[in-house]
Design a binder for this molecule. Structure first.
Ligand SMILES: Nc1ncnc2c1ncn2[C@@H]1O[C@H](COP(=O)(O)OP(=O)(O)OP(=O)(O)O)[C@@H](O)[C@H]1O
Ligand SMILES: [Mg+2]
Length: 278
């Protein structure tokens, strides 16, 4: 798909091969993909199709076996805004870690919060990797926690003293504390009950509406519907994709003013997935 939106990154001829003893498993196979600014991109596909592997490669959590990943980031040069191109696929671990700190956020299925730190400190520690201005960072962290409906009385609680849904909302805040170019999420609602799933999806939609670019892997139509661009991965290659347009609310909510459009999006997504053999 060619888009007139600004590119955030382009993966070219991406391959990932794992060696299990003498057996080589080709998990990603010459995959080509660009991610665009402002999009809520969703990646679906059967278990084992390579979704997590793709996400880790795109986000610089892991390196591909072959191919390139080029990021296009804003470089402020006086009054001129230039785009800086960075090819990350050959970076060593330190350079990758620095690149992730500056440009990428991540949310996993498990929240991976540090149990020995308060909710607020879990967010702060990540922010302090990039910023030394503790005061404005704390303000930002509290504002974001407030936005995801974490109450002030819970800022000092440890993750184990909070519900699974609260923990995942804190993990999302941690993912965006450094204002990443793109937030990657690997089944962020996979371990949540339906109410918490709804909350976290609402937060992802809110973030996207405020301009946050998101790439999310999911197994559910409910989560996928939040995206505007759905990509289907099969056996390490992109089978097809669909442009759904922006999320317009729940297709089952009779009070939704965009109900007709919501229903149309839902049935187009269902038909697409059916075509994909999902
Ligand atoms: N570190 C690794 N070492 C060896 N094989 C791996 C490794 N990571 C993934 N694989 C293999 O690569 C294939 C794709 O894995 P991946 O985790 O990307 O799939 P997925 O699409 O995310 O699946 P799921 O929906 O179950 O999360 C699997 O067969 C898996 O066993
Ligand atoms: Mg996975």
């Amino acid at each position: 798909m060619e888009s007139d939106k600004r590119k955030i990154l382009t993966a070219k001829d991406l391959s990932k091969t794992f060696s299990n003893g003498s057996v080589q498993q080709h998990v990603l196979k010459n995959l080509n993909l660009s991610i665009y600014k402002g999009d809520f991109t969703v990646i679906m596909g059967n278990s084992g199709s390579g979704k997590s592997t793709l996400l880790y490669a795109l986000s610089g959590m892991d390196r591909p076996s072959m191919g390139t990943i080029t990021y296009y980031t804003d470089k402020k040069n006086g009054d001129n805004k230039e785009i800086e191109e960075t090819e990350i696929s050959t970076f060593n671990n330190d350079k990758l870690a620095m690149f992730r700190r500056d440009h990428v956020g991540f949310v996993f299925q498990q929240n991976y919060l540090n149990d020995s730190m308060s909710a607020l400190d879990n967010v702060m520690v990540c922010g302090l990797l990039k910023s030394t201005d503790r005061k404005s960072l704390a303000e930002k962290a509290k504002r974001l926690l407030h936005n995801v409906e974490i109450e002030e009385q819970d800022y000092r609680k440890f993750p184990t003293q909070l519900s699974g849904g609260q923990q995942q909302r804190i993990a999302v805040v941690r993912g965006v504390i450094n204002s990443p170019e793109v937030l990657f999420a690997d089944e962020p609602t996979g371990a949540l009950n339906s109410q918490n799933t709804e909350n976290v999806l609402n937060i992802m939609s809110d973030l996207n509406n405020e301009g946050q670019s998101i790439v999310m892997v999911t197994h559910t139509i409910k989560a996928a519907e939040r995206g505007n661009r759905i990509i289907y991965l099969a056996d390490g290659v992109i089978s097809d994709e669909i442009d759904l347009g922006a999320y317009v609310g729940d297709y089952k909510d009779e009070s939704n003013p965009n109900l007709a459009e919501a229903k149309d999006r839902h049935s187009r997504l269902k038909a697409f997935l059916q075509d994909m053999g999902w």
